[in-house]
Every structure is written in C-alpha cells, then in structure tokens.
Design a protein around this ligand. Structure first.
Ligand code: ADP
Ligand code: MG
Length: 683
C-alpha cells in the first residue's frame, strides 16, 4: 500500500520516527504525551520545594567553566527572592556563549528543572532553559512530554504534532448518545485535550491517566484491538475446512481402554471440540488448562475424530523431550486401536526421516513431532487437524505454517493448548481471535504438592530428603540453577551440579539431562528415568514443560529466586502426578531482591495456575506478561488490561455490534488506530 499521507520530514528523521511507530501524519495524532510539565506558572527561587519540577525566571549573574571535580559549566542566577546555581556536566561551547550573552545583555532565563540542595546552596543540574523577553507570556496549558527516541527532540515532535492535529480528521465515529451514556467524551475533544490540556484541567488526572479523555483513548485502543482480532477470526471462518464428522466410535474405544475416567471438564471440553470439528469451517480453539489437568487425552480424542473421518492429525510440541514423550504415550493409546502413529523431529537420522516423511505423505494417521513438522519437506497426505501443545512457546508464524499444511484451500482445524493460563480479562482481550475452552478441574486423587522454601545453607538437609524419598521407592528431579546470560555457563552448572550430587548421593543412580545433549541421549535419559532406572534426574529447564513421570514425587529447584513464576509453576507441576505425597523444595540464596521475594511468596502460597498467573500479571504488568505473543497483536500503548477491565468488556461488546451493524465504521476506526499496521494483524 502506498502511504500518501506520510510525515513530511527529512529521511533521517522519518527513519527515527518510524521507530516510534510514526509513519503517517495521522499517527502523530495518537502519539500521546507520557506526562506533562507545568510551565504555566513561575515559582520564586526561595519558595521552590526541593526535588519537584519547577519553573523559575532569573537573571544570569555569573558564568564560568570549572575543572574540579570535573569539567563543568556553572552559572549563578537570581530572581527577586534568591539565588540558584546551574550546573552542566555535559555542555557545548555554544551554551557557554549563550549564557554569557544573557549575562551581558541582562536577558532573563526561564528555567525548568528540579532544585536540590547542593554544596553551595540551591542548585539545578541540567535544567531546561531558554532566554526570554521580559514580557513574554507563559504558555496557557501544560506542556506535553512525548515518548521519543534519540535524535528527535521534544520540540521537534511538538512542531510536527500540532499541525497534524489541525489537519487530521478527528470526526466522531461512534454514536454520540452511546458515548455519553458510557461517559466517553468525543474522540476529537479527547485528543485535543490530551495534547494541550487547557488551564484548570487536573494535572493529577492527566498524569494518572484517569481523566475521561484518557478513558476515551483507552477505550478506542482496545476497541481497535478487538475489532481487528475479531475480524481476523471471522475471516478465517469464511474459509472452508473439512467437516470431520464421525460416529465417535474410535474415541469411545480409546476412552474405554483408558485406566481412568475423564473428568467432567475433560468431557465438556471434548464435546466443544468435537462440535467445532464437525463444522465446515476451521476450528480455532485454545484449550487452557493448568499443569496436570489432562490436556493430552483431550487432544488424543480430537485426533480420533479426525482419523475416523478419514483425515490425518498432526501434534506439534515445542521440545524434543516433550514430543517424544507424547509420541510414546499416544502410540501406547492409539496403536492398539489400529492407528498408525509416526514421529518426526529434526534429529532423526536421514534414513529414518525419509521413512517418516513417506509415512506422513501416505499412510500415517497421527504424526507427532517438534517444529520439524512445519518444514517445507513435510507433506501431509490429508491433514485435517493440527494440534499445538504449549502454544505460547511457538511464534505466530510457526502456527501459521502448520495451518498451511492442510489440503488446498482447506486449512486444517486447529487446536492450541496452553498450560500458562491467563486471567479472564487477558484471555478476552488477547484471544479475541480464538474460541477458548478451559479445563478447570484436575483429575481426582491428586495429592496436593507441598512447597517448601529452604535457604541453601540447608542444602545438606535437602540431600537427606532426596535420599529418604528414594528409599521409599520414589524418584526426584533436581533442577539446576538458571543462568540466562550464558548457555555455556548453564551447561557447566548442570555438569557441576550433577558431579556434586553423584558424589553426595554415591549409592543412588543419578542421571543428567540438559539442552546440549544429543536428542537420542536426552531420550535415553528420560526413558531411563520414566522406567525407574534412574533415582535422581539432574536437569535444566528442558524438563519444564509437559514431562510426565508419575513416580517422581520430589522436585528440588536450586536458586529458585532466579526463575519466573510461570516457570516455577511449570517445574513444580512435574511432580504431584501420581498418587504419592509430593514435595517441591525451592532452594534460594540470600539476599533476596524484593521482586524475588514476592515471586517466592506467591508460588509458596498458591497452587492454582490461574491465581498464580493473576498475581504474576499484577507483579509485572500485562506488557511483559503477554510479551511472548510477539507480533500479531500490537501491545496496547495506553490501556492497562487489569485496571481497565470495564473498558475491555465494553469494547468487546461494541466490536461485535459494529462488525455486525456498521462495518464501515469498523473499517474507519481500524484505519485510524492501526493504519498501515493492520496488515500485520491478518495472521
Ligand atoms: P497436562 O494438562 O499438563 O498436559 P497431561 O495430559 O500430561 O496434563 O496429564 C497429566 C497426567 O494425568 C497424565 O499422567 C495423564 O495420563 C493423567 N490423566 C489425565 N486425565 C486423567 C483423568 N481424567 N483421571 C486420571 N488421570 C488422568
Ligand atoms: Mg501437556
């Protein structure tokens, strides 16, 4: 698309503006201030409180460049009430000359900054300043401070934004009565007010973003997001997909062969999925369920339906260890029913890989694997269902690739699974392009996991605990400290931890699994652990997701303070999968930062993944929280999904309404808010 209304500026500036997401002139309208500075008033120097931004007007008494303790420009200024020292550590010669000229001409400076108590009395470090004429009026409104980037000054931005405001179409798109009813001011008014708040507007409500004008902007932003996600959802629904209707006989056989009955939640969710797959358009469903809630069997039942209808199912997992484990489990479930299960990962030897590719293109009915499944060389004979486990570990692009593997013009049905539950508000906002099912019940008979926080000075006691767990026939994981900065160090730590535990637990069988092992070595270690041939498995976070060894009842996590909350929750979820009492020991090293202390407290006090996610959100804010969703959804700039939940709900309803009754308004609103970025959202 040709951008006809791009911002007029030299190419170098345009490039910098692009970094701020500013391409079209209209984008400037929605580039709203981060905060404001109050230059509408002058404060006498002697009345100015320390440590808060103030504006003073003063004449220059003295200018000098000093060399101690380091080179700096120092000026002494005064107004009628008192004196002030200005200090510049970084400065240009032109600044020195400018101040000297003001001193000689007797021209006053208007200074903006914080006053602090310096060695020689009150001083301002690096104030913003400007020589002014004696009778120059103060600005009538608060001065906006915009988000910016190196090489674009506030002044430059203001000079671009002001005319853009005048030229842009800020017309109201929503129904005025509806807006009034919901206490939303008109769009144009809100924008004008935020760029140039008139005198009398409460500074606090602007800074705190509680002013109705902010409310309108946040609402519009969430509305744009909801519209675009919802539109993508509806567009995908227009595509045809194979109707996977089946008698359900195969799924019934699988259920009958299981050693357990489905939970109510599993049965309900399976029915939702079955109904979706029988539709002539592609399912786009996210299955959320806490760690251990039993998502795999739900996926297997869905696969049965696809297979019975004469199609293939693909099952993609983010790590080799997990993919292999799924392969083994699914094969054990499905092969007795006469289903052919194939297996595809990047590490297969050439001949084996060729054989598997051949099967995928012909007789295989379920193909399990890693992202190797989405490579070009993989052709499916008749893909009807794509299952993506731990979907948050995959990028949007990878999920799209799998969708493309369906038959011509008929994308497969898609089932995504996630054990990183997110609170309802976030789910509503971020997954507006998906249908969401929730497994809100754990299989019965689970014994709660006890979590213990132990300082690592008591490591010896923990070792003794490992020994006694093994003595009663159980197994243990020992998770190595996370070292994010260096993979090499991480590996070394794993080797060291393994060596130390081998020495300390000489009579036990201690195994090791880490990311740098060859995949058959990894698989061998996991298989030995699953078979009970290893007592203690020393591991890096490669075991974080999905790994399921019910006899393991003890989890030790070293340097637990370094892990994130969802990681801790996932790791802890590796135990408590059998009928035994399970314990998770979080070893930590003092001193703990405040954030680490808060995380450990949350994980100690909570076992429900949804509650942990909620508190995590609270701790970190939504930007970071859903950061892994990467592209596809631009992170919201203004709305805060937790604080603005009422707006999310309102926007969602309004989006539904507009798409149905006023598609032209939806289009205009999206153009206003997303402009050229809308293309990105088609994914
Ligand atoms: P997750 O949701 O974390 O992927 P899994 O599918 O790995 O959970 O299931 C965890 C464990 O619970 C597995 O050993 C699985 O066989 C078992 N399981 C699943 N559903 C039930 C059930 N309804 N009753 C008893 N055990 C179940
Ligand atoms: Mg799982």
């Amino acid at each position: 698309m040709l951008v006809t209304d791009e911002i007029k500026a030299p190419p170098a500036i345009q490039a910098r503006l692009r970094k701020l997401g500013l391409v079209r002139r209209d984008d400037l309208v929605l580039h709203l201030p981060l905060r404001y500075e109050d230059e509408t008033r002058l404060t006498p120097i002697d009345d100015a409180p320390f440590g808060v931004p103030v504006q003073v007007k003063a004449e220059v008494l003295e200018v000098s460049v000093q060399f101690r303790p380091r080179r700096q420009l120092v000026a002494r200024v005064a107004d009628a009430s008192g004196e002030l020292v200005l200090r510049f550590v970084n400065f240009y010669g032109s600044q020195t000359r400018q101040l000297e000229k003001a001193r000689d001409d007797g021209r006053k400076l208007r200074l903006f900054g914080e006053i602090r108590e310096g060695f020689f009395g009150a001083e301002m470090v690096h104030p913003r300043y400007r020589p002014v004429a004696e009778n120059e009026a103060l600005p009538p409104s608060l001065t906006p401070v915009y988000p910016t980037t190196a090489g674009v000054s506030q002044n430059a931005l203001r000079k671009l934004i002001l005319p853009a405001l005048g030229a842009a179409d800020l017309g109201e798109l929503l129904d005025a009565n509806w807006c009034r009813e919901h206490r939303l001011p008109a769009f144009g008014d809100a924008v004008h007010l935020l760029h140039a708040p008139p005198p009398g507007v409460s500074e606090e409500s602007l800074q705190g973003r509680t002013h109705p004008a902010w409310r309108r902007i946040k609402f519009d932003e969430v509305l744009a997001q909801q519209l675009s996600l919802r539109r993508a959802y509806l567009a995908r629904r227009q595509k045809g997909a194979p109707r996977l209707s089946a008698s359900g006989e195969l799924a019934r056989q699988l259920r009958a062969a299981l050693p357990f009955a489905l939970t109510g939640a599993q049965a309900r969710v399976s029915a939702e999925i079955a109904a979706d797959m029988a539709q002539p358009y592609p399912m786009q469903r996210l299955l959320q369920g806490d760690v251990g809630s039993g998502k795999t069997i739900v996926a297997a039942l869905a696969a049965c339906q696809a297979i019975e209808a004469g199609y293939q199912a693909a099952f993609m997992a983010p790590t080799e260890i997990l993919a292999e484990q799924h392969y083994l489990k699914l094969r054990a479930w499905l092969e007795p029913l006469g289903i052919q299960v194939a297996w595809l990962t990047g590490s297969l030897k050439k001949a084996a890989k060729r054989a598997m590719l051949l099967q995928a293109a012909s007789s295989a009915q379920l193909i399990v694997g890693t992202h190797a499944l989405i490579q070009d060389s993989v052709d499916f004979a008749r893909l009807g269902l794509a299952i993506i486990d731990e979907q948050h570990r995959f990028g949007v692009a990878q999920r799209l690739e799998l969708r493309k593997k369906g038959e011509k013009n008929a994308p497969p049905h898609q089932l995504m699974m996630s054990a990183t539950p997110i609170p309802r508000t976030l789910a509503m906002s971020y997954y507006a392009d998906l249908d969401v099912s929730v497994l809100d019940e754990l299989p019965p008979g689970r014994r709660p996991i006890r979590t213990k926080l132990v300082s690592d000075v008591r490591r010896a006691e923990v070792i003794a605990r490992v020994r006694s767990a093994v003595a009663t026939g159980r197994q243990a994981y020992w998770v190595c400290p996370l070292i994010e900065e260096s993979e090499k160090l991480q590996l070394q730590t794993a080797l060291d931890t393994h060596a130390a535990l081998c020495a300390e637990l000489g009579e036990l069988r201690v195994g090791l699994v880490h990311g740098r092992l060859k995949s058959d070595e990894k698989a061998a270690a996991m298989a030995a652990f699953a078979a009970g041939e290893i007592d203690v498995l020393v591991a890096t976070t490669v075991i974080e997701v999905g790994v399921d060894v019910p006899n393991a009842s003890l989890m030790v996590i070293e340097h637990a303070e370094r892990f994130g909350l969802s990681q801790l929750h996932q790791l802890r979820g590796r135990v408590g999968r059998g009928a035994h009492d399970s314990v998770c020991v979080l070893l930590y090293q003092k001193p703990l930062s405040q954030a680490a202390r808060a995380r450990l407290k949350i994980i100690y006090e909570n076992t429900d993944g949804f509650e942990i996610a909620r508190q995590d959100l609270h701790l970190r804010g939504p930007g970071e929280f859903v950061g892994s969703r990467q592209s596809g959804v631009p992170l919201l700039r203004y709305a805060d999904l937790e604080l603005d939940i009422d707006l999310v709900e309102l926007a969602r309803a309004q989006a539904e309404y507009l798409l149905r009754h006023a598609p032209d308004v939806s289009g205009k609103h999206l153009k206003r808010w997303l402009g050229s970025r809308e293309e990105l959202l088609k994914a």
